[in-house]
Design a protein around this ligand. Structure first.
Ligand SMILES: [Zn+2]
Length: 91
């Protein structure tokens, strides 16, 4: 569920400074070709100072542009952990 904003409920606006590894490929989490017209290539988790967690949708460039984001609940967290762990095992 995308929010169509990069602003947290508390008023904090996420910027490229909030983009921290590990970045995930869109294909790992989204079963969607051409996510945002193919512009959004990476995803990363970010935690706001108020404690809320989000998944940021990133467009790569000189710095990352945050196109959009979605709130991260326990369900999504679990799904992400599962997928990133699978990936690690495969290497
Ligand atoms: Zn916040």
């Amino acid at each position: 569920m995308n929010l169509r904003t990069t602003k947290c409920e508390c008023g904090y606006v996420f910027t490229d400074k909030d983009v921290k590894p590990p970045l995930m490929d869109v294909s790992m989490l989204k079963n969607q070709k051409n996510f945002y017209g193919g512009t959004v290539k990476k995803l990363c988790k970010a935690k706001c100072q108020c404690g809320k967690e989000y998944l940021l949708y990133l467009i790569p460039g000189k710095t990352f542009t945050i196109k959009d984001m979605e709130p991260l609940g326990a369900e999504e967290q679990k799904a992400i952990e599962k997928k990133t762990n699978q990936r690690r095992k495969r290497k």
